[in-house]
Design a protein around this ligand. Sequence first.
Ligand code: GN1
Ligand code: MG
Length: 368
Amino acid sequence: MHLATNKSMKQLYKIIKEFKLIGTVNKIISFGEGMINSTYLVTLKDTTTQYVLQKINHNIFQDVEKLQSNIKRITDHIRHKLTEAGETDIERKTLTLIPALDEKLYYFDGNNYWRMSLMILDSKTYEAVTPEYAFYAGKAFGNFQSMLADIPGKPLGETIPNFHNMEFRLQQFRDAVKQNIAGRLEEVAEMVIEIEKRANEMCQCQDLYRVGKLPKRINHCDTKVNNMLFDTNGKVLCVIDLDTAMPGFVMSDFGDFMRTAGNTGKEDDTNLDNVSFNMEIFRAYTRGYLESAKIFLTPLEISLLPFGAKLMTYMQLTRFLADYLNGDTYYKINSPLHNLQRSKAQFKLLQSIEANYQEMQRFITSII
Ligand code: GN1
Ligand code: MG
């Protein structure tokens, strides 16, 4: 966390005034690990209430109206479910959006789109979890999918079209290879071959969907371990970062948690020896997830959960490598080789998941 610079600070104060926030701003701190939006924590004088201000990456989320209305529908629905279940402390169990002065759920300053929400107090995010926390996280993500199963009204829209569609991601990757805009193809040629070797297998969800064997359900679509808030006792409070909640295959959400929490190293680890798949986290998360999700999952969906871990790691590999080939236009990078490093780490993780694959399948069969 660090204070915003003076110039940007002035601009941030101006933006904050456009929202329905009661009180005088004390401090604005840039915060979070997001690779897409820019996030700030806003503290006020004389109150413990805090706010989260975000500049939305408008290049990526092109329909901000739809984005914010999705989040509003999701959080209203969850709030309703929690109230029905007699839950207290609702303010800490789901996001609360703060509207702008004109009641819109965002503010457009002529260049950028901004939004604000309540900061969930006494909460923590983790980049790595213990098996115990993974179990609770599994239950919570299963619950999240289950709560959103009956969201009323028209189906939720896709905030990023084809977001977790592997066929589409592969096409983008192949375009990046073909165009080789940044001239980096030669150095990654081997990884390209490895990606192509697995291409058919990785597109099987789309095939199964087309023949009516696999349903789409509302997914979170960014179930990284750091998108879950825990309280100070390690209990799950809620799921955050709802930008990409949209219809998709449940394996996506299962797999993205495995890809992040199940990695013994970091997503962008420079030491590949650190990177491997943690079967203990897999077992714990799977138990938790199936506890809350098994009532609505089909046998095919359950049997494809281990595939989800492969799929999401592979998908992330194609996305990082495509961005590297395209000259780093999508993800924020901290160094010129960041996307290459990320790709190498994802590939190492993929190989480790592959090595554990049969054991993962056996485990699922043994617990259902
Ligand atoms: C992005 O910004 P963040 O960290 O929440 C990305 C995810 C990727 C992830 C890689 C909208 O999420 O899809 O899996 O980075 N979000 C978008 O860590 O592209
Ligand atoms: Mg995030």
